[in-house]
Design a protein around this ligand. Structure first.
Ligand SMILES: Nc1ncnc2c1ncn2[C@@H]1O[C@H](COP(=O)(O)OP(=O)(O)O)[C@@H](O)[C@H]1O
Ligand SMILES: [Mg+2]
Length: 331
């Protein structure tokens, strides 16, 4: 029997619906449950073949546990190593390189010195910055927002230099970006699962929270194709198996705005029934696919080769533990 574990925090509706859906499907050899963990012994082999991680961004203990789980071949969705390394500014640069339209964006040094540092720690910094050049590149209106954040925290829309400095002065030690505002006519939030399933949701971020999925525009076939292609291009580059990607459309061009969302909101109360049904069903199918593929140690790290040499040992032990027989091993 393959086991899918769900790791989650305050969510109420998505995790139980997903467990129930997986367990109601006629898979023959896969079941799902909520992850249960206590103190983790080093190099411990976890019982889960797959874990869907919805919360390690807030709980560093879980992030560390997931890296160890991956070392034992548990397929962690999303990859905890890449998620730890990733940030939104890098992602804007990456999108620009691979030909996905993104708003012009500049990374800014923090307003205040990070804790425990002084001006001397930042000797390499040009000071004062050449603000004129930055403003000329980005233009106004613009968004001042964290280089790595979420939940609309510390996001400011600024219309001129005065508003910019007022906002920037409030940002303390948070690393911020200044980004061209896309004055959009359409906006889409897209679930992208398993780097292949895409669900595009018209979204109106200017509406109050409960009305954001009620947008005054609809998705044409042409836009659908265009947005789907951009979504797949981005997740292929980023490697996320569970993500949402947001686009703001200006003059027929979808600009990628926010796509580092490896644990995106999937509560029925915010996304509504139809979108909820899609994400529950698609996640169930994808996680079952992953479980049936069996354990796999990530391939792309310096230690991966060493793990592969030991791999047979690790996986044999896992199979033995489950079935008592080395022959039960499957990859
Ligand atoms: N460059 C931009 N152009 C237009 N709207 C933007 C831009 N950047 C952010 N926004 C608006 O602000 C919201 C929050 O910004 P976002 O980058 O998604 O940060 P967070 O990760 O905190 O959600 C977006 O959903 C969008 O409505
Ligand atoms: Mg966002």
């Amino acid at each position: 029997m393959k086991v899918i574990g769900l790791l989650f925090g305050m969510e109420q509706t998505f995790p139980p619906a997903l467990v129930e859906r997986i367990n109601s499907m006629d898979t023959g050899n896969v079941r799902a449950e909520f992850v249960r963990v206590g103190g983790i012994k080093m190099a411990e082999l976890m019982k889960y073949d797959v874990i869907l991680d919805r919360i390690s961004q807030d709980i560093p203990f879980y992030r560390s546990m997931l890296k160890t789980a991956a070392l034992g071949g548990t397929r962690v969705v999303n990859n905890p190593f890449w998620w730890s390394a990733d940030d939104k500014f890098f992602n804007y640069s990456l999108a620009a390189k691979i030909g996905v339209p993104v708003p012009k964006t500049v990374l800014l040094p923090t307003k205040e010195h990070p804790p425990g540092t002084s001006a001397e720690s930042m000797r390499n910094l040009i000071y004062p910055l050449n603000w004129e050049e930055i403003f000329e590149y980005v233009g106004f209106p613009a968004f001042l927002k964290p280089h790595d954040g979420g939940g609309w925290k510390n996001v400011y829309k600024v219309h001129d230099e005065r508003e910019f400095f007022e906002a920037y002065n409030e940002t303390g030690t948070i690393t911020m970006t200044l980004q061209e505002s896309i004055e959009f006519t359409e906006y889409y939030r897209c679930y992208v699962v398993g780097k292949k399933y895409v669900h595009i949701m018209p979204y109106e971020p200017r509406n109050p929270h409960h009305l954001r999925y009620v947008a005054g525009f609809s998705l044409t076939e042409q836009r659908k194709k265009q947005v789907e292609e951009l979504c797949l291009k981005l997740v292929d580059a980023l490697g996320y198996d569970f993500d949402t990607i947001e686009f703001a459309v200006r003059d027929d061009v979808p600009y990628a705005i926010d796509y580092l969302n490896p644990a995106p909101d999937a509560e029925i109360t915010s996304v509504h029934q139809e979108n909820f049904d899609w994400i529950v069903q698609t996640s169930a199918l994808f996680l079952i696919e992953q479980a049936q593929l069996g354990r796999m140690v990530p391939k792309e790290y310096s230690w991966s080769n060493i793990m592969y040499m030991q791999d047979s040992d690790v996986l044999r032990k896992a199979a033995q533990k489950k079935s008592g027989s080395p022959a039960a091993r499957k990859r």
